[in-house]
Design a protein around this ligand. Sequence first.
Ligand code: BG6
Length: 485
Amino acid sequence: MTHFKAQFPKNFYWGGATAANQIEGGYDEGGKGLSAADFVEYIPKDQRTKDNAMEITSEQIRKSLSGESTARHPKREGIDFYHRYKEDIALLAEMGFTAFRLSIHWARIFPNGYDETPNEPGLQFYDNVFDELAKHNIEPVVTLSHYETPYGLTEKYNGWVGRETVDHFVRYAETVFARYKDKVKFWITFNEINMITISPYTGGGILSDQEKDPVQAKYQGLHHQFLASSLATKKLHEIVPGGKMGCMLARMSHYPNTSNPIDVLKAQQDNQNNLFYTDVHARGEYPKYLDRYFAKNNIEIVKEAGDDDILKKYPVDYISMSYYVSMLSSDSPEGEVTAGNLMNSLKNPYLEASDWGWQIDPVGLRVALNDMYDRYQLPIFIVENGLGAYDKVEEDGSIHDDYRIDYLSKHIEQMKEAVGDGVDLMGYLSWAPIDLISMSTSEMSKRYGFVYVDKDDEGGGTLERSRKDSFFWYKKVIESNGENL
Ligand code: BG6
């Protein structure tokens, strides 16, 4: 028997991923307009009635705009990347990053979303950021929309429910492709496109209380995002020679809770419900298995002539995904439930969980990668994976985050095995290289970074950056192309 050793390819991208609304701050600077994320409120843990605070009501927005609400909006503050990007990028470079994922805050470029002309200071800001990355030989991977639908589009069209939003998005995409064509090669249209059906506000700037039929509205919004993604892909290929467009899914592998075939069937259906988004993006059509789901849920997608052609003609170039958890499927879901990324799940007795209840499953990453590659035969980019945890700063300022190192090394190990299984993997971008505002809870204490940011849940702190133990560990991982874990 010959010994087989899995290895990462030489040109593998190593780095980390962020989103504008979770890092930038400067929410009203440089002509920026308001976006969906700017209205998300911080609710202290002891006052929260749900695991997350993602859905927002019209009343919350009204109170916030009229000044009646005293709620804090941490995503307006971020971690001040808007002013500190040079220092932050230098830290990423010190770890040896070869790629960095960030999003463009759409409302910096088109403050209301529907404006005719772009906002020059917003465009200039990202020019500066991309130039800084280039100085350090870091390849940008840019998301066009990471839960940042401009509020103007919510006000006018209820976000992605309105078909008009497609045209506004395409104008925005064309604008940034033309502006950054020599600086950015890798693009992603929508972060976790499945979010729109889980939290329509977060994923699509949709206020569900404004809709008679919220279920129909969110799937209609999703159809518009699919179209917008295909049209943006078309434009990218016209404007940027060699430009690569990816879709992005929060991959949730579902395992059957038992070997009872009825649970196996349920797991298959749950997996289809997760994978249908990438099916449309990569195969260019709605899968047939959705017909039954749509009929059962009274969903009827309104299409215009030509929509199906657009989807078919402009599929994505690569698949990107976030991977945090796996889930259990059961036909009779009884038993302990635990939180997870975007969705809760039954507890898996074989897995440990993070401080937030998210189940940790490194082998599940290998399974997910193999499933995705078998299905699409397209290159895959892991653009999010990481551990949200409480960190303790020691008296001498050091931070011993061995739990994070443990989590990441086990996932990287499994990812390497997936490469050995034959998966064409482009790179690994961990979430997130620097502490930032949590998407689901707007907490600061849910930390993901290799770099610590001195800021607390109430907004206090110096914002000073410091290196955790994982910083030095990740540097070695990158230096050794994933050999030294
Ligand atoms: C992903 C999102 O779902 O999970 C990120 O794309 C998010 O925006 C990440 O931050 C981790 O989730 P959370 O809620 O812990 O910040």
